[in-house]
Write a protein that binds this ligand. Structure first.
Ligand code: ADP
Length: 320
């Protein structure tokens, strides 16, 4: 294999640049040529290839986002778009492709493998940690650290005024960010889509905590549960509270990647190149018990991550 390409697709996340850098330098070390595809599947269909050298990825490991940029491209779900993309890969002489992105992007990679029998490796990049088969996706750790900084900061003001705060965090349909940040931020409750709850029980719990002498309460709400604004209104109406709402929004997606994300991205990027050279295709690099393994894309996309029961238990016990 002499020429490969790499792209980032779907929602961006911190650590994508570190992964691209690792792909580029690992491949160059094997004397391969590397092309970057700008703007994900959109750039693949529009022939936006740029040659990457070692210096193209200098000063990149610490930068959030993705310098190749990312995009959503629904046209790639249609055969017409796919044929255009495959034609471009052929004309550019590309022999293997690495796709960094979330489950949508990995579904696109699966099409390239299954339908067009083209060598492709996926790398999980998504702050939500909703991708099955890997303990962690690239970007999750950085997002959690950003959320934690926000919770700590809000906690300071909440304690000074005996206030109740509801903080809405990202995660799409997955409650991982909410649960983990609630545990590490010492919040009173984490409301996540995986665990049904009654608002009356949350109100009762918060009131009991105040009676026991707590000076403030912080509730973390996963976006998959609904909007913090709506939840807050009902919460105040039934409970007689005057809650403050903070929706963290896109700050969770940016920022310089943490040590953990840089190492994870670097290991996965190197593994993806090695895997292509070893003749692998249709698989995703995955962190499993500290090792980088390969998981078939079919398995990744046909399964749903389960929330760790022990962590749910710990969250409940420690929020007292
Ligand atoms: P993410 O990768 O963050 O989950 P999306 O779900 O938006 O983001 O997917 C990113 C892109 O992947 C889409 O815009 C589309 O180009 C491609 N994609 C998603 N699902 C499929 C699919 N089933 N078949 C082919 N391509 C897909």
């Amino acid at each position: 294999m002499k020429r490969i390409a790499v792209m980032t697709s779907g929602g961006d996340c911190p650590g994508m640049n570190a992964a691209i850098r690792s792909v580029v330098r690992t491949a160059l070390n094997y004397e391969m040529e590397v092309y970057g595809i700008e703007q994900g599947y959109s750039g693949l269909m529009e022939d936006q290839f740029i040659k990457l050298e070692s210096r193209s990825v200098a000063n990149m490991i610490q930068r959030g986002g993705t310098f190749l940029r990312s995009a959503r491209a629904p046209e790639f779900k249609e055969e017409e778009g796919q044929l255009k993309a495959m034609e471009n890969l052929k004309n550019q002489g590309i022999e293997g492709l690495i796709v960094i992105g979330g489950d949508g992007s990995l579904a696109g990679a699966k099409v390239i493998h299954d339908k067009y029998h083209f060598p492709v490796i996926g790398i999980p990049g998504s702050i939500d940690n909703d991708i099955y088969g890997t303990d962690m996706s690239i970007g999750v750790d950085t997002a959690l650290n950003t959320i934690l900084w926000c919770i700590d900061t809000i906690n300071d003001t909440a304690s000074s005024h005996d206030r109740t705060f509801i903080i809405e965090v990202m995660g799409r349909n997955c409650g991982y960010l909410a649960l983990m940040s609630a545990i590490s931020g010492g919040a009173e409750a984490a409301l996540i889509p995986e665990v049904p709850f009654k608002i009356e029980n949350i109100i009762k719990k918060i009131k009991e905590r105040y009676e026991e002498g707590k000076t403030r309460s912080v509730i973390i709400l996963a976006e998959g549960v609904g909007s913090a604004g709506d939840f807050g209104k009902t919460f105040d109406m039934i409970g007689g509270f005057e809650t403050r709402i903070t929706v963290l929004g896109h700050i969770q997606r940016g920022g310089s990647p943490t040590h953990f994300d840089r190492i994870l991205a670097t290991r996965m990027g190197a593994s993806a190149v090695d895997s292509l050279l070893n003749g692998e295709s249709g698989v995703m690099t995955a962190l499993q018990e500290r090792k980088i393994e390969l998981v078939p894309l079919g398995e990744v996309l046909n399964n749903k991550r389960k929330m760790d029961k022990k962590l749910l238990e710990i969250a409940e016990v420690l929020s007292k």
